[in-house]
Design a protein around this ligand. Sequence first.
Ligand SMILES: *[C@@H]1O[C@H](CO)[C@@H](O)[C@H](O)[C@H]1NC(C)=O
Length: 592
Amino acid sequence: MSKKYSSSTYFILILVIVLHAFAYSGESRRPFACDPANPGTRNLQFCKASLPIHVRVQDLIGRLTLQEKIRLLVNNAASVERLGVNGYEWWSEALHGISNTGPGVKFGDAFPGATSFPQVITTAASFNTSLWQEIGRVVSDEGRAMYNGGAAGLTFWSPNVNILRDPRWGRCQETPGEDPHLVAQYAVSYVKGLQGGSDSGNTGRLKVAACCKHYTAYDLDDWNGFDRYHFNAKVSKQDLEDTYNVPFKACVVEGNVASVMCSYNQINGKPSCADPTLLRDTIRAQWHLNGYIVSDCDSVGVLFYQQHYTRFPEDAAAATIKAGLDLDCGPFLAIHTEQAVRTGKVSELEIKYALANTITVQMRLGMFDGPSGPYANLGPRDVCTPAHQQLALQAAREGLVLLKNIGRALPLSPQRHRTVAVIGPNSDATVAMIGNYAGVPCGYISPLQGIARYARTVHQYGCMGVTCPGNQQFGLAEVAARHADATVLVMGLDQSIEAEARDRVSLLLPRYQQELISRVAMASRGPVVLVLMSGGPIDVTFAKNDPRVSAILWAGYPGQAGGAAIADVLFGTANPVSDTLIGVGLIRIRAA
Ligand SMILES: *[C@@H]1O[C@H](CO)[C@@H](O)[C@H](O)[C@H]1NC(C)=O
């Protein structure tokens, strides 16, 4: 008994010491390479920060065996112990805040969360390029801080700049919308913010490496038996040039992005990741990408196993590398490239070209410069700061769009509207507000919590979730609306309706939602405000035409502070965009 007690005490003591040793300090992550504490490698030429990057890259590549090179062609790149180079996970995400969608980011311990900005479709609706760049700057501060603490990579596969041409697409929310010029400006601004702005010229250093994805003509995930792994987008040269490729070109040429990701789908019968015209001739030769081309995750496997694009796997490996692919998100190239070299289908020189592109980005990030560098002092205190969270609130306020406001129903007044009925499946939304490709936010303010800052609230969900399968709770919602001074209905969608791998089959509100809105509007004593959360457009013609619906506010997915922003707009302490162009675009759905 006592022996057991003392050994567990001993164990706890050891644990405390171990935890203490691993607790965050400015240099807690072992340097990726060129550790000054490693005398065997620190004097190698590729570690000399004073030499030009291309010299260092050639030196490192010249030391690698064929097998070592091949294990660097994939996202979970292997270590090369004898040269003091650690393994590296290339896949991190930062679409609208540091996200743990990829394996490169881990929340917990010193980094329980990160600032979760509105989903991109909302932020884009601000039409504010300096806001987009400022968000990128803040996200990269938090990304560097998490990298320093061993909780993130430095290569973020964001933003998504696909043109949203098909409103049924489940990933509308991730994009800045349907306008090629706006999407291009968003791409340039966000990428500059992430990568370090104007000082990241074509040979410059990188704060983090962004990635414009998914190249190209990709806006179908899974619809009515068609999926992105088998879809062949038939696109004319003019449409490619005028529409789909506009953001990618701007991202590379103006934004100096460090990476482009090719998509799952085929374009005119060829998988984009194996198309030398799209990759080598366009991204590299015409646009002069200074960076690497990465596949969408497992898309090299997809073009072999699902699209049957080549007869043998080594042909698929060779086809992608020859087309200009530098990095495979997935294991395919690590497994099949050696056979492709042995059979003469791809040369070792072509593999060296691919590695030169990836390793150059790592050098520009300072990953071969040891533990020091301009961002070495960023740590946990630089994540979720009050200023960062305030920017998330500002972005949500600027992104909200007023679609309808009759009889000056808005703004509400805390004096006249003392009691507000807050109704609807998104009325107390938290995780729904951050959409997909999100992380763990610093905290949430739901619409109900936001409105409670201005008025007494009476709360009814009305529906069981946004799918709203029944009308059993409608009576309670009507009673609440009948007795309140104003009614706010927070309706719309969430990831159960629109998501990656989940396209919509209808542009109307799900099931009984429309009926709930109409019945509550009929019962309501005061003004009725409809707040919509959605990434893709919703046809709300019925509410536009219903005189009892006084106002409609589109919120997209407004991020961690979305409820506060909605309440600020409802009560007039913030002014929403009321651009009729945006309103018309949302309400009038183009024939698909
Ligand atoms: C645009 O964003 C910037 C940066 O956050 C901000 O200072 C400015 O006020 C915003 N402009 C408008 C018109 O809201």
